[in-house]
Design a binder for this molecule. Structure first.
Ligand code: ATP
Ligand code: MG
Length: 353
């Protein structure tokens, strides 16, 4: 498996350095034949090459199976014509990474304010309000007059179908429960079609119990009793909002892992941003990125039929739970170690089992 590694901004370089050590360790232990290709994107690339993502980098990523993207500070990327493209958005669109899979779970050893839970948000990643026609266009908003804006939300049957399939397949590997989150009382046609496709695909998975919630009510339910949920499937913007909530409910944004999966490529990415306030201080939690790397290995294992990758991914998950329970972690999750020390302890734990 070939993975392009792009460290990103803020806490990206420190958390990615730890993640690379973890990948190298599991590669050795599980004989993965993993090839890591180190490169740059974002601000570093803008300075050096005049664009946040160069055609050469895209070519390299296309030739690989996946990439690990560090968090990027994107607030100062204003002009795409000047090469200031948001790399995350660029790779999601260009590689058609349609399924954004964001697990959220509690760990022993941390205070669980809402009790223990273990759920996954499956967010449609290519359309909805984010469906601009192409990467160069102004996006899905239009200024009709200086005082009137129209925002377009695209929902297509084919995208509903493929995200539903991803969610049901995932549910089959878990507790076989799927919740559809929507706003079909207002978005009758678009979210109506989303539900219709989910239910249609669901007929192929009769073992999976299906229910649905309107997104506003869902906010209350997920805060009241997150343990009632297993897999949650939803459209792009609802998934964006809901998954930030579930990551925070799990105890720390620093545990928010994610995988952006397509047919031929996938991208592991922490669900949080570049956290400039704590960058360079060796205190950032690396587990969001480590767990994302685990998701990427698992994706490849399933797709390529390589059980060793699935084993390595399971080992990363299990060791994360053990490390947090043993407080071999950063302060945000109840430990006392720095980023590097957390990484070193984690690698030692992985190699010992
Ligand atoms: P950006 O503009 O890149 O999104 P931000 O200032 O919004 O950056 P986030 O990365 O979104 O910051 O994170 C919000 C807060 O959560 C940070 O200020 C930081 O304290 C905390 N945080 C985020 N990620 C981590 C992490 N991996 N470990 C510890 N704390 C984190
Ligand atoms: Mg942010």
């Amino acid at each position: 498996m070939k993975i392009v590694v792009l460290p990103g901004d803020g806490i990206g370089p420190e958390t990615m350095a730890v993640t690379v050590n973890v990948l190298e360790a599991v590669s050795q232990k599980y004989h993965l034949q993993l090839e890591l290709k180190h490169d740059i994107a974002g601000h570093d690339s803008l300075k050096l090459h005049g664009a946040t993502v160069t055609p050469a980098l895209l070519e390299k990523v296309r030739a690989a199976d996946g990439l690990m993207l560090g968090p990027m500070a994107t607030y100062d990327f204003k002009d795409e014509a000047k090469g200031e493209i948001n790399p995350s958005k660029f790779f999601r669109k260009t590689l058609d990474l349609y399924a954004n899979i964001r697990p959220a779970r509690t760990f022993k050893g941390m205070p669980a304010r809402l009790g223990e839970f273990d759920l996954v948000v499956v967010r449609e990643n290519t359309e909805g309000f984010y469906a601009d026609r192409n990467i160069e266009s102004g996006g899905s908003e239009m200024l009709i007059t200086p005082d009137v804006v129209v925002s377009l939300r695209r929902i297509t049957r084919v995208c509903c179908e493929r995200i539903a399939r991803t969610a049901f397949e995932l549910a089959m590997t878990r507790r076989k429960k799927l919740t559809i989150v929507h706003k079909a009382n207002v978005l009758k046609i678009g979210d109506g079609m989303f539900i219709e496709e989910c239910l249609r695909v669901g007929k192929e998975f009769p073992e999976v119990a299906v229910d649905d919630f309107i997104v506003d009510a869902m906010m209350a339910h997920v805060v009241r009793a997150p343990q009632r949920f297993d897999v949650i499937v939803t459209t792009n913007m609802f998934g964006d909002i809901l998954s930030d909530l579930t990551a925070e409910l799990s105890g720390s944004l620093g545990l928010g892992a994610s995988l952006n999966a397509g047919v031929n490529h996938a991208m592991g990415q922490a669900a949080h941003g570049s956290a400039p306030d704590i960058a360079g201080q060796n205190i950032a939690n690396p587990f969001s990125l480590i767990l994302s790397a685990g998701q990427l290995l698992r994706w490849h294992g399933l797709r390529a039929g390589k059980p060793a990758f699935i084993e390595a991914s399971a080992a990363i998950e299990a060791a994360t739970a053990e490390a947090i329970a043993a407080h071999e972690a950063t302060r945000d999750v109840g430990g006392q170690l720095g980023t590097r020390e957390t990484g070193a302890a984690f690698v030692a734990r992985l190699m010992a089992v």
